[in-house]
Ligand binder design. Structure first.
Ligand code: AGP
Length: 608
């Protein structure tokens, strides 16, 4: 998704803007730009299609000492990736960068064209720039012009802008697209993501929807959309440099796969108690009586977050008697006519806490009066602010576009919520003991997969990287892992991969199996072992190139077998999933892909 940076202070703005954009690269983009302005209102605008490195090259030959500027990485929505469509946009006196979508930009463009505005790009952002310039001509201040423009806009925005008439002021505003301000002595840092502020300051202000900020060297003054002053709440940024550096790993993706034991321990810390065999989640804002009354849990998310909800839903229905769990794809739910039964709690699952479809579902469910709890990683994110309570997964910054450590911790967090409900309903500690014990064991079990299976999987990856199609199959609690494993592969390797319920093979997918495909078959040595084995036999009989991921010692007939030793019985799929993550990573490497910033993808999809 697009990234925004801004700076006003005493230092040279260009290096600050460029390093900030580098920090935001992980979010995915296809062009970038910066503009700085000096005290005589001379602006230096640099834009480039492609990576920030292109921009850095331009800056070498257009270096300025300016101490005010804004920058942007663009993930194309309106208009192809190009320098012409790259931000910052410049119209009249105004330079502007924008995250989000202006839905009524055509009408606004039509009106502005009648006022002799000529547009150079295909973007909605340029129209917003022109609108502010147009209103500024008759306004008493830029703040007033921005307020007037934003009241005419339909859609989502995070913007940063300045006018050449006042080079000592940057104006920002947000509605649906995050903006964070870092404040320090004599300087203000602006970003759409906290990672761009790390190392500059840990005093931050999260803008709320509908707020406008006027940033000067003296600090920031917040206003509401009617330009009434609003109190700014300064918070401490919890992120540190270590969290956003590779620390010796070749890629963030591999670093984050290896971080899972540590990040999972952080998710579990202080929340599971082996002595009392209990779980305690603070922050739910639910009484025991309210937990006891829960009969339905809706788990809502996109992509990996959706699969995490599905995975945990299987576990919760195993240890509760009267709780139905349904996981929902947010982009489907937001437009579907759906019913919410009484005694429902909605879990809003999102690593970034900014995913537009997920946020839209949250807002609809709150409108209906449904209790909404967040399962979020990004502290202070929009979803985290709008839920009624919830659980932070505390995995630290997840930089790689492909989500790994967040998935494992989301499953753990949702499962812990289910255990809280079961406890409130009087489930005996004996019944819950296995899940609590296995949650506690899980970090260590992941450690042993990382230690014992990585080398073998790396070798396998070289062999299977040549395929263009893959089928991931699993039964019961291994089915969500098949879906997630397939997503990981397709995201980073660009191999067309599909996750399927193993029992469904004979209802169609088995027609696909030939030498174009390889298969990943999850074979847990549990009550469904024989059923899963039959599916494997069916596939082998048709010439499958199957990789079996299993915890069994039994003989397994397959082209490749990855044996994952584990003490777990119930949460085993989460250990299998680490093997899938490694397989996806090494296949993508073998195919020479940019594993941390896969093509066309964004870390946080803040537009629908
Ligand atoms: C997962 O690897 C993908 N990057 C994507 O499916 C992601 O899970 C999805 O966009 C949801 O993101 P969120 O958790 O930040 O809401």
């Amino acid at each position: 998704m697009c990234g925004i940076v801004g700076y006003i202070g005493q230092k040279e703005a260009q290096p600050i803007l460029l390093s900030g954009l580098k920090r935001l690269e992980y979010r995915g983009y296809d062009s970038a730009g910066i503009v700085t302005i000096d005290e005589k209102s001379k602006a230096t605008l640099l834009r480039a299609k492609g990576k920030v490195a292109e921009l850095e090259g331009k800056a070498l030959t257009h270096t300025t000492k300016d101490s005010v500027g804004i920058g942007h990485t663009r993930w194309a929505t309106h208009g192809e990736p190009s320098k012409r469509n790259a931000h910052p946009h410049h119209v009249g006196d105004i330079y502007l960068v924008h995250n989000g979508i202006i839905e009524n930009y055509q009408d606004l463009k039509h009106m502005l064209t009648k006022h002799d505005y000529i547009f150079k790009s295909d973007t909605d952002s340029e129209v917003l720039t022109a609108l502010i310039d147009f209103l500024y001509k008759d306004a008493d201040s830029l703040l007033e012009a921005v307020s007037g423009a934003l009241k005419m806009v339909v859609g989502a925005y995070g913007i940063a802008l300045f006018s050449v008439q006042n080079p000592d002021e940057i104006i920002i505003a947000r509605k649906g697209s995050p903006l964070i301000v870092g404040v320090a002595e004599g300087e203000v840092f602006i970003a759409s993501d906290a990672s761009a502020l790390v190392g500059h300051t840990d005093q931050v202000i999260y803008l709320h929807d509908g707020e406008i900020g006027v940033c000067t060297r003296e600090g920031i003054q917040l206003y509401d959309i009617e330009t009434q002053a609003v109190e700014a709440e300064v918070e401490k940024l919890e992120l540190d440099l270590q969290a956003i550096q590779k620390e010796g790993f070749d890629h963030f993706l591999l670093k984050e796969i290896y971080e899972q034991p540590k990040s999972l321990r952080s998710t579990l810390s202080g929340r599971i108690n082996l002595k009392t065999n209990s779980v305690k989640l603070g922050g739910l804002n639910m009484t025991d009586d309210e937990l006891r009354e829960v009969r339905n849990i809706m788990v809502i998310g996109c992509g990996t977050a959706f699969y995490a909800g599905m995975m945990a839903g299987y576990f919760i229905e195993q240890f509760t008697d009267d709780v139905a769990v349904r996981s929902e794809i947010a982009s489907e739910l937001r437009y579907r006519s759906f019913h919410v039964p009484d005694n429902t709690v909605a879990l809003i699952v999102s690593q970034s806490g900014e995913t537009a479809d997920t946020l839209a579902c949250l807002q609809e469910l709150k409108r209906r009066g449904v209790k909404c709890l967040g399962v979020v990683n990004a502290v202070g994110s929009t979803i985290a602010r709008e839920v009624d309570g919830g659980v932070y997964v505390h995995v630290g910054a997840e930089i790689s576009v492909a989500s790994t450590k967040a998935f494992t911790s989301q499953v753990a967090a949702i499962t812990m919520f289910g255990l809280m409900v079961a406890q409130a309903k009087g489930a005996s500690s004996k019944e819950l003991n296995t899940y609590i014990k296995e949650l506690d064991l899980l970090p260590g079990e992941i450690e042993s997969v990382l230690e014992n299976s990585t080398g073998e999987i790396k070798k396998l990856a070289k062999k299977y990287a040549k395929y263009e199609h893959a089928l991931y199959v699993g039964r019961d609690t291994q089915y969500p892992i098949a879906l997630e494993g397939a997503l990981k592969l397709k995201e980073v390797s660009y191999i067309q991969a599909e996750g399927y319920a193993a029992g469904e093979l004979k209802h169609g997918p088995i027609a696909l199996i030939d030498d174009r495909f390889f298969e990943v078959c999850y074979l847990q040595d549990n009550w469904l072992y024989e059923k899963s084995q039959s599916n494997l036999i069916e596939m082998n009989a048709r010439g499958a190139h199957a990789i079996v991921i299993t915890d069994t010692d039994k003989r397994v007939a397959a082209e490749a077998v990855v044996r994952v030793k584990t003490k777990l019985e119930l949460l085993t799929p989460l250990v299998f999933n680490v093997a899938s993550q490694l397989l996806a990573y090494y296949i993508a490497i073998a195919r020479g892909n940019d594993v941390d910033q896969p093509r066309n993808l964004a870390k946080s999809v803040t537009v629908e």
